[in-house]
Design a protein around this ligand. Sequence first.
Ligand code: MG
Length: 255
Amino acid sequence: MNLKSAAVGILFVSTLSFTATSATKVVAHRGFWNTDNSAQNSLVSFHKADSIGCYGSEIDVWLTTDDHLVVNHDRIFQGLFMETASFEELRALRLPNGEQIPTLDEYLAEVRKHPDTRLVLEMKSLTDYSREDVACGKIAELLRKHGVLNRTDIIVFSLNAAMTFRKLFPVGVKIFYLDGDLTPKKVSKLGLDGIDYSLKVLKKHPEWVRQAHDNGIEVNVWTANSEKDMKYFIDLGVDYITTDHPDKLIEILRQ
Ligand code: MG
């Protein structure tokens, strides 16, 4: 190989890797629920997110008063408080698509069936730190049991939970901070892997995308649902967009 063809080869490879790393990735918010027979945080919503080719699918995880990990979003769901209701009471409820509230154990079994889609796991903030620490430990145990650590990203509002997860996973699992009150530089200094901020925060601080990248961390934005917002954040160069309309975002990225 002469020098010129080697240079062309290097250029080609570097162009390819640039394309691969610069593309915005699609995360289905609470799974792909905005479609037939699905529901937020249902087992089906992960399968549906995988079926349309999402990069990741997000879930919310609560710890019940009797130490069960369940997948659901609302703090109060159908009149029951997630943190104070018993597991049995919560399991008697039905999601809009007829499923029971999944346990995290059941959910991870579903995740294993769809190896092409990453899990974006939000642990909900709990009323005290010791309960959060219990939840973090149990989540870590289940992720290990199902062998999905290498395809799970963790997102949290609680800085306590973020630092507890960091101790549990010093390397190999990305942890993103959700609250929006810290600069990317500070988040990076804490040893976390990214910011996962609301579109309101990132529209106020568009420079934080660049600052995050300059400090070696990633950027996810939630919840971009309009075409205008999706295009704005693609142009801004965020790494991930979390949306209730992953099908629409995939379409826009293909154009
Ligand atoms: Mg969430």
